[in-house]
Design a protein around this ligand. Structure first.
Ligand SMILES: [Zn+2]
Length: 475
């Protein structure tokens, strides 16, 4: 949990140190203040359509009153009036949805062959501009960056979402220059303990981890009340569920459960795993058995359709490329053209299969959460991609209201924070996204973000984006 922020009168440092009572409110730096467009003691959002994130139908003509960073009152405009002295925003034609809670985010990006640039400074602004008010990073190539940015955001020194920060990847033998290799279960335990002490609130196992190491990491994380997810390959989904993992990334596209001659603790190669998934029958017994196991063991599944879309021929150019360093944008566009020309790509079958398998998982009662994964071959741009992920969930077969719920409430549930965030209700934190239009009938209206309220403070997405335009790639 972090403290509520609000602009306060400057208090001399000495006094701050002594007076614990008045120091509970952090201040925004001038740099952050430049991105703020609404900051008042009481704010009323009037005449607005509300999509509350629970999946309930949109309600038109509502008023939401924000006080002390939380929602103090809401309802029909005829009944709920703006309090005396409130800053009133007339939001006719606009819709408010809960701030997005997305769980496969990163503060790094592929900037060269096997190189991941640390773009946290630009990415946290882009995430917030896109309507993300809470995010979990899902693996870290930055050492301390995820944790430090989290504390800088919490204290008002950076603009960005609340961050559930992950430790560096827990991986076995690998050839990434930025990834460590675990040396066995004791080492796995030691890594989890070390990074938890440093501020990690989440862990991510990666493709070459061995079962004993994963088991040890899970045990140590759970001992500390922390969760662990995985992008697996050497360990199957079923094995990981039996070991107690909390979450699995990338829908079913990282499952090696259906590779015929899968050797224990060995990744058969991502390609072989994906071939086995591309031909998997979502109505067949083997898949249903796996789904049942995941649900019985309360394993959540993260949908990251945005990154897979960039691998799939025939898909549109993803949104937001203009914020990238021009060289990175150009490189991605060339890659996109090569992808489009590759009719033999496994993704021709695999991408629609991923949609069908995720859908089947939800139909069976599984908890689907959403993220974007700004890695792969580039082109997944924070903020823009979070909106795209909602569109893709609708393509997957969910209604716009269900898609919004997956991108808000489900993420909050997974993080165990649904009492505070993920829906719009009296008493909840005022994490709200104002969009022009009505995403309950046209999901793409989530792209028209006008203001992002985080704990009652309204940020200007245009200014946040402008500040990084053409630079995401440098910092
Ligand atoms: Zn990832």
């Amino acid at each position: 949990m972090h403290r509520r922020w609000r602009l306060t009168v400057l208090v001399p440092a000495l006094l701050l140190a002594a007076a614990v009572v008045v120091s509970t409110q952090a201040q925004f730096s001038d740099a952050v203040r430049a991105f703020i467009k609404v900051d008042a003691r009481v704010v009323a959002l009037a005449n607005v359509r509300v999509i509350d994130g629970t999946g309930a139908p949109a309600r038109a003509g509502q008023t939401i009153v924000i006080k002390g960073g939380s929602i103090s009152e809401m309802g029909d405009a005829a009944r709920v009036h703006a309090p005396e002295g409130a800053t009133v925003l007339d939001l006719a034609g606009r819709t408010v949805i809960p701030g997005l809670v997305m769980v496969h985010e990163h503060l790094y990006y592929p900037t060269g062959p096997g190189v991941y640039g640390q773009l946290g400074e630009s990415f946290v602004r882009l995430y917030l501009a896109g309507g993300v008010t809470t995010m979990r990073t899902a693996g870290n190539m930055n050492g301390f960056m995820d944790f430090k940015l989290k504390t800088l955001i919490d204290s008002g020194q950076r603009a960005g979402p609340a961050i559930d920060a992950t430790a560096p990847y827990l991986n076995g033998p690998n050839t990434f220059s930025q990834l460590r290799e675990l040396k066995g279960p004791d080492d796995a335990r030691r890594q989890v303990a070390y990074w938890a002490d440093e501020g990690a609130t989440s862990f991510k196992a990666y493709m070459n981890i061995r079962r004993d190491e994963l088991g040890a990491a899970i045990e140590e994380a759970h001992k500390r009340g922390l969760k662990i997810t995985g992008h697996l390959c050497s360990v199957t989904y079923a094995e990981a569920a039996d070991l107690g993992i909390d979450n699995l990334e990338h829908g079913f596209l990282a499952a090696t459960d259906f590779v015929a001659d899968k050797q224990p603790d060995v990744c058969p190669g991502q390609g072989r795993g994906q071939q086995s998934i591309a031909t998997l029958d979502e109505n067949g017994e083997p898949f249903k058995r796996l789904v049942k196991k995941l649900i019985d063991r309360h394993v959540a599944l993260t949908s990251t359709l945005t990154v897979f879309e960039t691998f799939t021929p025939g898909r549109p150019v993803p949104p937001g490329l203009d914020v990238l360093l021009p060289a990175l944008k150009e490189e991605f566009l060339q890659r996109h053209a090569r992808t489009a020309a590759n009719a033999q790509s496994v993704y021709v079958k695999l991408f629609p299969k991923d949609l069908a398998l995720e859908r089947a998982f939800v139909k069976a009662g599984g908890l689907l959460i959403a993220g974007t994964d700004p890695t792969g071959g580039g082109g997944v741009v924070p903020g823009y991609a979070n909106q795209r992920q909602l569109e893709l969930l609708v393509e997957e077969g969910f209604t716009p209201l269900e898609a919004i719920s997956i991108g808000t409430l489900n993420g909050a549930k997974y993080l165990g924070r649904e009492a505070k965030i993920g829906t719009i209700a009296v008493g909840k934190q005022a994490d709200l996204v104002v969009v022009n239009g009505d995403p309950s009938t046209n999901i793409s209206d989530v792209r028209n973000v006008e203001t992002v309220f985080k704990q009652g403070v309204g940020f200007d997405p245009a200014k946040l984006i402008e500040s990084v335009k053409g630079k995401a790639g440098l910092w």
